[in-house]
Design a protein around this ligand. Structure first.
Ligand code: 5GP
Length: 182
């Protein structure tokens, strides 16, 4: 089963998915391709496949992406090959932006779509500041974008407010398990 976890930037998608995977070894994370530079703690082939603009464009031309998006000047994409390999009993989790999710749903109608929502804008701002990888201008831009991104929630099956990590992971996990049992 393909599980799409999406939501505004800074809502905590990666943290929620990392905790989900830590707790449940039967879940796997889809590794996206990106042209942005790795952050100091990120590992190529683990967090993302980090590629050049030329490589990314070549893969677009060859039709290798199930979806891709331009986010703050960089390309991000999900390889078709990583989705086609999923067997029914496997759980593959995609952590992607709000535009990418609906494209996955069109290609794989059985995909489970989960939208993570921040408790409020102040919390989103605090999280982005804590992360420390954005300037104040970038943070202001991300918050404005966050309001816009909330309008995409309607394209998703479930909306989960990310108040605290433990509770969010419990909720996401119970949604996944209940859908899997159907
Ligand atoms: P970051 O640069 O902070 O890792 O990610 C920026 C945004 O890109 C996040 O919202 C993340 O979920 C999204 N993203 C990561 N991989 C993909 C992908 O393959 N496709 C799409 N559409 N968005 C992605």
């Amino acid at each position: 089963m393909i599980v799409v976890v999406s939501g505004p930037g800074g809502v905590g998608k990666s943290t929620v998915v990392a905790e989900l995977l830590r707790r449940y070894p039967d879940m796997q994370r889809s590794i996206s391709v990106t042209t942005r530079a790795p952050r100091p703690w990120e590992v190529d082939g683990v967090d993302y496949h980090f590629v050049t603009e030329e490589q990314f464009t070549d893969w677009i031309d060859k039709g290798l992406f199930a979806e891709y998006a331009d986010i703050r000047g960089h390309h991000y994409g999900t390889l078709m090959s990583s989705l086609e390999a999923v067997r029914p009993q496997e759980i593959l989790v995609l952590t992607i932006d709000i535009h990418g999710g609906p494209s996955i749903k069109r290609l794989f109608p059985g995909a489970l779509m989960i939208f993570l929502k921040p408790p409020d804008v102040m919390e989103l701002e605090r999280r982005l500041e804590c992360r420390g990888s954005e300037t104040p201008q970038e943070i202001a831009g991300r918050i404005e974008l966050g309001h816009y991104e909330m309008t995409f929630a309607k394209d998703y099956d479930y909306m989960v407010t990310n108040r605290d990590l433990e509770t969010t992971v419990d909720i996401v996990d119970s949604i996944v398990r209940s859908v899997l049992r159907r």
